[in-house]
Design a binder for this molecule. Structure first.
Ligand code: C2E
Ligand code: CA
Ligand code: CA
Length: 455
């Protein structure tokens, strides 16, 4: 579904800062915002090229939320300024060599070649964060946001179909309140795509039931390493051994939340993680085990009972356990969540802000959070060493977090160059494939022995 090229008098070239060239199709396609007329030609050329190199193309359809309200309230000239500013923000985080196409007054499409779905999601989150920075308009700070529809090309698909599916996903993102991304095929609309998704969810739910009933769940552990080589912690990550290929936690955790299975899974990972902490200590590795906790778990009045139960059952002191929660959970207004957070800290269990930088929390709130650790999301690390702005954020935030008494960790460190930059920034510890991938407990023990990590 394409919207008519509407109202805004803004020429695309203005957004690119390159007067008179923005609507010329066929030139170099990167670093500029292109007009809609050129978009299909560019998309289909990209698709053709990608097919030749057997790469997938992903379209990100980006639409400014509440743009009509902004236009009606502040006038079209201000509306145009918003479009310019947001176009620049989107371009600032878009990978090099990827065209950004103007589809309508307040809509853009970004085309990416050969990126994994996970990396596309990181990019979408990066765009959401970048766009959400306050923007001064007529003396008022407005907080813009966008809705993003994602679609990855499938074989035999035309450029039009690629764009249409991304557009449809964007509309679903908008329907759910905006300021989010939605993959095509995950829209909650009836139709073939919606049915495919619910079929997949049912299959994942069946796999989870089977895994829980026949010991098919297990935890993998990934070390978090300090600059001197000693262990800051190990993170426990859930795995499901059933299903071919095995279902990833990124897929089964949301399903478990939806079907009410997360409490059981969460309790299981608390107990398993605590038992692992006890075994590691017994074998001379006095480290914390960090366990991931989801929103649904923290919304439950029974969470504290489950946590206490795990500590007692494994006979470990609270200091040996740390819980990882995403940023937004700390801001969750629910009294149950806030009460759970306070009580977790009172009993002495550590609290880490996971995936920091991908939510939309206000920096000022950091000072009030009951957290003990901050973990930079992989999105900040994966673009190092090239992205000097990401590095500036890592440096400044590390300093700020230290002043607030937090331990600062980076996840997703894959190269020596990234490690060096993180250490230069003063990070307390790093985690990522550069040190080790998540592994079963017996492998973790031999990894610890081999790497002679200080105990
Ligand atoms: P997370 O908590 O951010 O976990 C880190 C993810 O990044 C893990 O993916 C890990 O394997 C991956 N990772 C670590 N280092 C690198 C690296 O250098 N490069 C790359 N490309 N990836 C790296 P995994 O195991 O697929 O878990 C995905 C997410 O699922 C986790 O993200 C977490 O949000 C959730 N999850 C995993 N286990 C649990 C659990 O027990 N409970 C809950 N509630 N959520 C869990
Ligand atoms: Ca985590
Ligand atoms: Ca994380």
């Amino acid at each position: 579904m394409m919207k008519p090229f509407a109202r805004s008098p803004l020429r695309a070239s203005a957004a690119s800062g390159d007067p008179g060239r923005g609507d010329v199709p066929g030139g170099p396609e990167t670093g500029r915002i292109w007009q809609r007329d050129a978009s299909r030609a560019i998309a289909s050329r990209w698709l053709d090229e990608a097919r030749q190199h057997q790469q997938a193309v992903t379209a990100l359809w980006i639409d400014i939320d509440r743009f009509r309200q902004i236009n009606d309230t502040f006038g079209h000239a201000s509306g145009d300024r918003i479009i310019h500013a947001l176009a620049r923000r989107i371009q600032a985080v878009a990978p090099a060599n990827c065209p950004c196409v103007r589809m309508g007054s307040d809509e853009f499409v970004l085309l990416i070649k050969g990126q994994s779905p996970h990396d596309t999601e990181l990019l979408a989150r990066h765009i959401l964060t970048k766009v959400a920075q306050p923007l001064a308009l007529n003396g008022i700070n407005i907080h813009p946001s966008v809705s993003i529809g994602l679609h990855r090309s499938q074989s035999g698909e035309s450029a039009n179909q690629l764009l249409e599916r991304a557009d449809r996903a964007m509309i679903d993102a908008k329907r759910h309140g905006g300021n989010r991304y939605v993959w095509s095929g995950q829209e909650e609309v009836p139709g073939v795509l919606g049915i495919e998704r619910s079929r997949r969810e049912l299959a994942v739910a069946a796999t989870l039931h089977e895994a829980l009933n026949c010991n098919g769940m297990w935890l993998r552990y990934q070390p978090v390493v300090r600059p001197d080589g000693s262990l800051e912690a190990v993170e426990a990550l859930m795995s499901c051994a059933i299903g071919q290929p095995p279902v990833s936690p990124g897929e089964f955790i949301p399903v478990a939340e939806k079907i009410g299975m997360i409490d059981r899974l969460g309790e299981w990972s608390l107990v398993e993680g605590a038992l692992c902490a006890a075994r590691l200590h017994r074998q001379g590795w006095p480290t914390k085990v960090a366990i991931n906790v989801s929103r649904a778990q923290l919304l439950s009045e029974c969470f504290l009972t489950a946590l206490h139960g795990a500590l007692l059952y494994a006979n470990v002191p609270p200091q040996w356990i740390e819980l990882e929660l995403t940023e937004s959970l700390f801001m969750e207004p629910s009294p149950t969540v806030q009460n759970n957070l306070q009580r977790i800290r009172e009993i002495g269990v550590g609290l880490a802000i996971d995936d920091f930088g991908t939510g939309y929390s206000c920096l000022a709130n950091l000072k009030d959070l009951p957290a003990t650790k901050l973990k930079f999301d992989r999105a900040f690390i994966m673009c190092l060493p090239d992205d000097r702005r990401a590095l500036a954020i890592v440096n400044a935030m590390t300093d700020l977090a230290h002043r607030l008494g937090l331990i600062v960790v980076a996840e997703g460190v894959e190269t020596q160059a990234q490690l060096t930059l993180c250490e230069d920034a003063g990070l307390d510890a790093t985690q990522g494939y550069f040190h080790a991938k998540p592994m079963p407990e017996h492998q973790l023990l031999s990894w610890l022995e081999t790497h002679h990590h200080e105990r």
